[in-house]
Design a protein around this ligand. Structure first.
Ligand code: CMC
Length: 429
């Protein structure tokens, strides 16, 4: 057997399966011809060992706790870069030069407003609707407003749709928030940078001047960088799968927003904060740890564990620091939730159950406390995640569309239902 093939033996027959090698990380056994050759499918629910595509965007080494966007470590991007630069990097593969950056800023700013009729579309929602419900619907509705950028075979339209999505998602997210609290929508202000503009659209009211707090702006910008992409996670795979049928990018991103909403994915920051509030005091922690370890109890420590990271999530480390900075800036230095979080983290990291299962804090463990301190209600946490992840979704969607080998995503199954049988009329059942 050569080094570039794996061999599979089925009865008397041997099959050579090519091994494809990436730039870093595990190689893959190419099984795309397996069914044709053997009549068998592979079985991997949850895709725990299956690569669904080739990608040059994001790399994670879950054992090492490494996250790279286009090769750059997340720690360096979060410390030295900003979110808009990260969007450029994810989309185009390189950090922008100064003139590329100016041009990119200009192109995004040209698309920050949404069609005025979108405001009326919002009026149809109940005021108590979850902002994620509103976001799923309003992002999907963009395809009804921007017909001139839904032709995915046109490079220019793809680019315009990408700019529109990155530019309009903060506007829609802020509108979703304003709607639920009964305040007037705030139009974007293109004199401001991306994140300051978003904060202003969320918190400004017509009767008062809104003052930008640079510590909070920087913290939120970092949160956006940390959430911008995470290779083939559930929502990104959803975007790719939706896009593989040729659906327009607005519809695909709406599908990503819907998938992100679940508590095992983007909804975990909301769930983690609720859990910390439920724990309430340090004294109650052992009770919750016992519950998390009990096989007969469905309770899990929210903000712990990750499908890929079997080490400390590198984003969680940055988030922990950012959390302290924000609490300091808003005068909540001794926040009881932070106290519970720090103690819970300490206990869990020294507990045999969590050590053995390699369950470390993930990004959502600290992001909830941080966002709460910034004034966001819990229902908005996943919305903020969606704002940031739109950059990654678009980059991954674009990469897929531009891949000449791209095919419609169509998994197979192991059928366990009834074999063929004849229809029985109702009087004979
Ligand atoms: N608390 C207690 N036990 C846990 C936890 C937890 N948070 N997470 C996993 N386990 C146990 C689980 O019970 C299982 O035990 P056993 O082997 O005895 O059956 C083992 O660890 C492996 O868990 P799994 O569910 O098979 O692992 P997974 O890779 O399918 O799940 C996860 C990953 C993130 C869904 C899971 O760890 C979890 O539910 N965590 C809590 C929710 C959370 O924080 N999600 C945010 C993920 S990071 C944000 C993002 O990228 O979207």
């Amino acid at each position: 057997m050569s080094e570039t093939t794996a061999s599979l033996t089925l009865g008397d027959h041997g099959f050579a399966l090519p091994i494809k090698v990436g730039s870093i990380g595990p190689s893959v056994i190419d099984i795309s011809k397996l069914y044709g050759q053997t009549g068998l499918f592979t079985y991997d629910p949850g895709f725990t060992s299956t690569a669904s595509c080739e990608s040059a965007i994001t790399y994670i080494d879950g054992d090492e706790g490494t996250l790279l966007y286009r090769g750059y470590p997340i720690e360096q991007l979060a410390e030295e870069g900003d979110f808009v630069e990260t969007c450029y990097l994810l989309l185009y593969g390189e950090l922008p030069t100064a003139s590329q950056r100016n041009d990119f800023d200009y192109r995004i700013k040209r698309h920050t407003m949404v069609h005025e009729q979108m405001a009326r579309f919002f009026q149809g929602f109940r005021r108590d609707a979850h902002p994620m419900a509103v976001l799923v619907a309003s992002v999907g509705a963009l395809s009804a407003f921007y017909h001139d950028s839904t032709d995915i075979s046109d490079t220019k339209q793809r680019m315009v749709a990408s700019m529109r999505l990155i530019a309009k998602i903060p506007t829609l997210a802020a509108m979703a928030y304003k709607y639920t609290i009964g305040q007037p929508f705030v139009y974007p202000n293109n004199d401001l940078d991306y994140t300051s503009n978003f904060l202003r659209m969320c918190y400004a009211v017509p009767c008062e001047e809104y003052k930008i707090n640079p510590v909070l702006t920087r913290a939120l910008d970092k949160i956006f960088i940390l959430h911008a992409d995470h290779e083939q996670n559930a929502s990104t795979s959803t975007v790719r799968l939706a896009g593989s049928s040729g659906a327009n990018p607005f519809a695909c991103i709406a599908a990503g927003v819907a998938c992100l909403w679940g508590p095992a994915h983007g909804g975990a920051n909301e769930a983690a904060l609720k859990m910390l509030e439920e724990i309430g005091t340090v004294d109650n922690i052992p009770k919750f740890i016992t519950r998390a370890k009990d096989k007969n109890d469905s309770f899990r420590l929210m903000g712990f564990g990750h499908r890929v990271y079997k080490n400390y999530d590198p984003r969680a480390k940055i988030m922990q620091k950012t959390c302290h900075e924000v609490l300091q800036a808003v005068g909540h230095k001794n926040d009881p939730l932070l106290e519970v979080a720090l103690e819970l983290e300490k206990i869990a990291l020294s507990d045999e159950y969590f050590i053995e299962k390699k369950l470390y804090p993930n990004i959502d463990f600290y992001s909830g406390i941080t966002l709460k301190a910034m004034g966001f209600p819990t229902a908005m946490f996943t919305v903020l995640f969606a704002v940031a992840r739109t950059a990654g979704w678009i980059a991954q969607w674009k990469e897929m569309i531009e891949d000449p080998g791209q095919k419609i995503g169509r998994p197979r199954q192991l059928y366990t239902g009834a074999p063929r049988r004849n229809y029985v009329t109702i009087d004979r059942r």
